[in-house]
Design a protein. Structure first.
Length: 111
């Protein structure tokens, strides 16, 4: 089984409203291909929707490692951090998302 197959299964489950099943497919995709950024993004957002912000944060931090200049990665991480009540960290991630959106390098921002 390939990571892309797990992603397709996750998207199908998501389309059917089966968020927990989708998350499991996305999680399996991350095991099969730990460098597949789209799998980490999908997993993180599914976990946010499942109200598992701590797990979402871990997945989205991995996404940021894989895509350190990606606006969506930082925006997603900001959302998960906010849901976890980590407001300062959420604001920092949101600022990095803005910098990335402007074409800058968010990794150069000071915390």
């Amino acid at each position: 089984m390939k990571a892309e197959d797990r992603m397709d299964a996750g998207h199908a489950a998501l389309a059917m409203g089966e968020m927990a099943e989708a998350a499991e497919h996305y999680r399996e995709a991350t095991y099969l291909d730990p460098d597949l950024a789209d799998a980490w993004q999908a997993l993180g957002m599914a976990l946010v929707k499942l109200e598992k912000p701590q797990e979402a944060i871990a997945a989205l931090q991995k996404l940021v490692q894989l895509r350190p200049k990606d606006q969506l990665a930082y925006s997603s991480l900001s959302l998960a951090l906010g849901r976890a009540g980590k407001i300062k960290e959420a604001e920092e991630a949101a600022a990095k998302a803005k910098v990335a959106g402007w074409g800058g390098d968010p990794t150069k921002l000071q915390a």
